[in-house]
Design a protein around this ligand. Structure first.
Ligand code: GDG
Length: 474
C-alpha cells in the first residue's frame, strides 16, 4: 500500500458500493462537500482517505478511485449496531445536540466505540509517512488522535468536529467524559464550527482533566500545546452557482414551479430526516398559517425534501412516522384537488435537482433546534445568483452567526416562526434583495476552499515546524 503525506480519517469513505451493469461490484463517488474541499489538497500531497465504505463487506483492499487513494476500514454487523448506530448516533449525536432526543448510555456501545476507533487509528498509523499530517473528522472518531499519537508520535495530528460541542453541563453526563477529552487532546489542533464550541471544550478540559489553559490553548504536562479554535465550514460556492446558472437547471426550476401549479409562494425545506432539523415544527407552523387564513392553499405551498437517514435507529423511525402522520393530516384537512398544502418527498436527489429546487423556491426554511453549521442554508444563498429569494433560518444553526441578514427564528417559538414565515413571504422585493446580496457576499468570501486552507495552514504553523509542510493547492 502506498504511503501518504496527508491522511484524512473519516467515518465514511467518499464512495458508495454499487453493482455495475456487468454484475460486478464497483464504486461510485459520493460527492459530499468535504471531498470537494479536500480534493485539491489531497492531490497536491498524495493524500489518502481512510474510512468505512458502508455495509459489512470484509477483506477490502486499498484502491484508487479517480486518482484518490482510498483505504477501507471494515465494520462488522455488531460494529455497525454498537459503534455507528449506538455510541455515535444514539449517544454522542443527541448529547452534542442539546438533548433534542434522549441519549442512551450503554457500556457495550462504549466498548465498541473504543474498539473501532483503535482500528481507524492503526490504519492511519500504517498509511502515514514519517512526519505526515493526519486530519481526523468528526464525532465518530474522537479517540483516534490520542491512539494515533501513542502509535506515531512523529505525526502532526488534527481533528475537526462538524457538530456542535455542547455546554459543559451536558457533556458531563457522559460516563466516559474524561476519556473522550483525552482522546481529542491527542491532536495538535482541534477545530470547531463556532468559537462557543471551542470555549466549551477548553473549559471542560480545565475543569475535568485539570490541564492549564489560556484562551484557545491547552498546556499538557509533557510540554505539548494543543489549540482549540473555530473554523466555520462552508460549501463549494462556485460549483453551486455554476450549477444554478446552467440552462438545464434553470429550465428544471421553471418546470418544478409549473408542476406545482405555479403558486405565488413556494416554501422549501431540504434536510436529512433528523430530529435535530426541526422539520415537524416548521410544517406545523405552516399548517397553522393556512388554517388560520394567513396563507391560502394553492397560492402558498410547502415543498419538503427529507433525505432518508439512519433508518435503523429507533428515534429516526419514530420521527419518520410522526412526519408522515402530520403531512397526511395537514393535506387531508387543508388540501384540495391538485393543490396539496405540503408536497413531501422522502428521498434523495442528485445535486442538479437540489439546485433546481433552490432556484424554484421563494422562501427557504431552515429551522434546526441545533446544528453545527447547516450547509443547506449556504447552498441556497450560493444558488440565488440573481440576488432574490428569502431565507428563514434558526438562531441555533451555526450558519446564523454568518447569515445575519436571514429572517432569524427560534424554532421552539411556534408563533415567532409563523410570523417570520409570513414576513419572509410578503417582504418587499427590495428588502429581500438587500438581505440576499449581503449574505451572498459573506458566503462567497468564505467558501470551503478557504475553510480547508486556513485549517491546514494553521496546522502547519503550529509547534516546532518540523512536520512536513502541507502544500495548499491552487
Ligand atoms: C453535518 C452537521 C454541518 C441533503 N439531501 C440531499 C443532499 N443533501 C446534502 C445537502 C448538504 C448536506 O447534504 C447536508 O448538510 P447539512 O450541513 O445541512 O447537515 P448534516 O448532514 O447534518 O451535516 C452540519 C455539516 O455536517 C458539515 O460540517 O453543516 O451542521 O450536522 O450539502 O445539499 N445532497 C444530494 N441529494 C439529496 O437528496 N445530492
Amino acid at each position: 500500500m502506498a504511503k501518504a503525506d496527508l491522511v484524512i480519517v473519516a467515518n465514511r469513505l467518499p464512495v458508495d458500493r454499487v453493482v455495475g451493469g456487468d454484475g460486478q461490484p464497483g464504486w461510485r463517488r459520493s460527492p459530499g462537500g468535504l471531498v470537494t474541499a479536500l480534493e485539491p489538497v489531497m492531490r497536491a500531497n498524495d493524500g489518502a482517505w481512510i474510512g468505512w465504505p458502508g455495509g459489512t463487506e470484509t477483506g477490502l483492499k486499498p484502491f484508487k478511485e479517480d486518482g484518490l487513494q482510498l483505504v477501507p476500514v471494515s465494520l462488522s454487523e455488531e460494529d455497525v449496531e454498537e459503534f455507528y448506530e449506538g455510541f455515535s448516533n444514539g449517544t454522542l449525536w443527541p448529547l452534542f445536540h442539546d438533548l433534542v432526543a434522549k441519549p442512551e448510555f450503554h457500556r457495550e456501545w462504549w466498548d465498541a466505540y473504543v474498539r473501532v476507533n483503535r482500528r481507524f487509528a492503526e490504519k492511519a498509523a500504517d498509511v502515514a509517512t514519517e512526519g505526515a499530517t493526519v486530519w481526523v473528522q468528526d464525532y465518530q472518531l474522537l479517540l483516534v488522535p490520542q491512539m494515533l499519537r501513542e502509535l506515531r508520535p512523529d505525526l502532526r495530528i488534527a481533528i475537526y468536529l462538524h457538530i456542535p460541542f455542547p455546554p459543559t453541563e451536558l457533556f458531563q453526563q457522559l460516563p466516559w467524559r474524561r476519556q473522550l477529552l483525552e482522546g481529542m487532546l491527542g491532536a495538535d489542533l482541534i477545530g470547531f464550527q463556532l468559537p462557543g464550541g471551542a470555549a466549551n471544550f477548553v473549559r471542560l478540559v480545565r475543569q475535568r482533566v485539570g490541564h492549564k489553559t489560556h484562551r484557545d490553548r491547552v498546556y499538557l504536562p509533557d510540554g505539548r500545546i494543543v489549540r482549540a479554535k473555530a473554523y466555520p465550514i462552508s460549501i463549494d460556492v462556485e460549483g453551486f452557482e455554476e450549477l444554478a446558472r446552467s440552462e438545464s437547471v434553470q429550465a428544471r426550476a421553471k418546470e418544478i414551479r409549473e408542476a406545482l401549479g405555479d403558486p405565488e409562494t413556494i416554501f422549501l425545506g431540504i434536510d436529512r430526516l433528523d430530529y435535530t432539523k426541526g422539520i415537524y415544527a416548521r410544517l406545523r407552523a405552516f399548517g397553522e398559517l393556512l388554517s388560520e387564513g394567513d396563507l391560502e392553499v394553492g397560492r402558498a405551498m410547502f415543498v419538503q425534501v427529507a433525505t432518508p437517514s439512519r433508518e435503523r435507529v429507533e428515534q429516526y423511525r419514530i420521527l419518520r412516522d410522526d412526519i408522515d402522520r402530520l403531512v397526511g393530516r395537514l393535506n387531508g384537512d387543508l388540501g384540495q384537488i391538485g393543490r396539496p398544502a405540503i408536497v413531501y418527498m422522502h428521498t434523495s436527489y442528485p445535486r442538479e435537482e437540489m439546485a433546481a429546487l433552490y432556484l424554484a423556491a421563494d422562501v427557504m426554511v431552515v429551522t434546526p433546534y441545533r446544528d453545527g453549521m447547516n450547509l443547506v442554508a449556504k447552498e441556497y444563498v450560493a444558488c440565488r445568483f440573481e440576488g432574490d429569494g428569502a431565507l428563514v433560518l434558526s438562531e441555533f444553526a451555526g450558519a446564523a452567526a454568518e447569515l445575519k441578514q436571514a429572517w432569524l427564528v427560534n424554532p421552539y417559538d411556534l408563533n415567532g416562526m409563523k410570523a417570520a414565515l409570513l414576513e419572509a413571504a410578503t417582504a418587499d422585493p427590495k428588502e429581500i434583495g438587500r438581505r440576499m446580496r449581503a449574505m451572498r457576499k459573506t458566503v462567497t468570501e468564505n467558501d470551503v476552499k478557504h475553510w480547508a486552507t486556513t485549517f491546514l495552514e494553521d496546522l502547519t504553523e503550529l509547534g516546532d515546524g518540523e512536520a512536513l509542510e502541507v502544500e495548499t493547492a491552487e
